[in-house]
Design a protein around this ligand. Structure first.
Ligand SMILES: [Zn+2]
Ligand SMILES: [Zn+2]
Length: 262
């Protein structure tokens, strides 16, 4: 048995894809990249860790139907007959939007555990402006929390974070940069709203209240290119970790353009 490892292939509004790997089996969380980029990032990742063999893809977990998370599904499925796990509303919305046959989806109920390869997976509700969006807990040799596209730092989300050894958490924007971005007021309202995206401070708030002693690795995800900067996201969450005596947590930011081991 090998230890669970987690990586980002891309993170941000131009496309999201994350990998959880163990025992030569891999789960893809979201598929917002074209197949060419997905393969390129996977090779980049494996060369960073010195691995020779590509893990077997045992399933795709879909968080929600927005195209930055789902636009690469159809090309992936045309080459690899891999099951896509989603709740019913996400499966229905994605099937229509991405022109994918219903039979590609394996539907679950939020909160119910199911097995994929060596992993036990459960989905939890998050507030975001689409039908029934979720985050995931993936249990293998470690417990992995995956939460992006979250409108508010809800306790229900934090309680899932508290179960994790490894976590990916959204830190989308700096509120001042968002307000002064020159974007249309309706878009600013949408992003900052209760069904939009987590700010750096929101991410810090969740971490301050819910990072448990078991949390060892934390990656900040889905950073806005125009309304955030990696050092701002890191500062906000690092100071939250320091406040609760957890400066030892390995903290990093994920990139839109580069594969990163978490
Ligand atoms: Zn997104
Ligand atoms: Zn979204």
């Amino acid at each position: 048995m090998t230890e669970m490892r987690v990586a980002s292939l891309a993170s941000g509004s131009k496309g999201n894809a994350y990998i959880v790997e163990q025992d030569g089996e891999a789960l893809l969380i979201d598929c917002g990249l074209c197949l060419k980029t997905l393969r390129m990032r996977l090779r980049e990742l494996l060369s960073k860790s010195g691995d020779g063999c590509v893990p077997n893809l045992c399933g795709v977990l879909l968080t929600h139907s927005h195209s930055d998370h789902a636009a690469g599904l159809r090309p992936l499925l045309s080459k690899h007959g891999v099951p896509v796990y989603a709740n019913v509303m996400t499966a229905e919305a994605t099937a229509i939007q991405e022109r994918i046959d219903d039979s590609a989806f394996v539907c679950f109920e939020n909160g119910q555990s199911f097995d994929v390869g060596p992993f036990e997976v459960s989905a939890f509700s998050i507030p975001h402006d689409t039908s029934d969006p979720v985050g995931y807990l993936v249990r293998g040799t470690s417990v992995y929390f995956h939460g992006t596209d979250i409108g508010m730092p809800l306790d229900s989300v934090g309680l899932k974070l508290a179960e994790a050894d490894i976590a990916t958490l959204e830190a989308n924007h700096d509120p001042v940069m968002l307000r002064t971005s020159g974007r249309p007021p309706s878009l600013i309202q949408r992003i900052a709203g209760p069904r939009g995206h987590l700010s750096n401070d929101d991410a810090g708030d969740l971490v301050r209240r819910f990072a448990s002693p078991r949390l060892s690795r934390l990656a900040l995800a889905h950073l806005s290119r125009d309304c955030n900067a990696p050092h701002l996201a890191l500062e906000a969450v690092r100071s939250a970790l320091e406040e609760v005596g957890r400066a030892d947590v390995l903290l990093k930011v994920l990139s839109q353009d580069e594969a990163t081991w978490i």
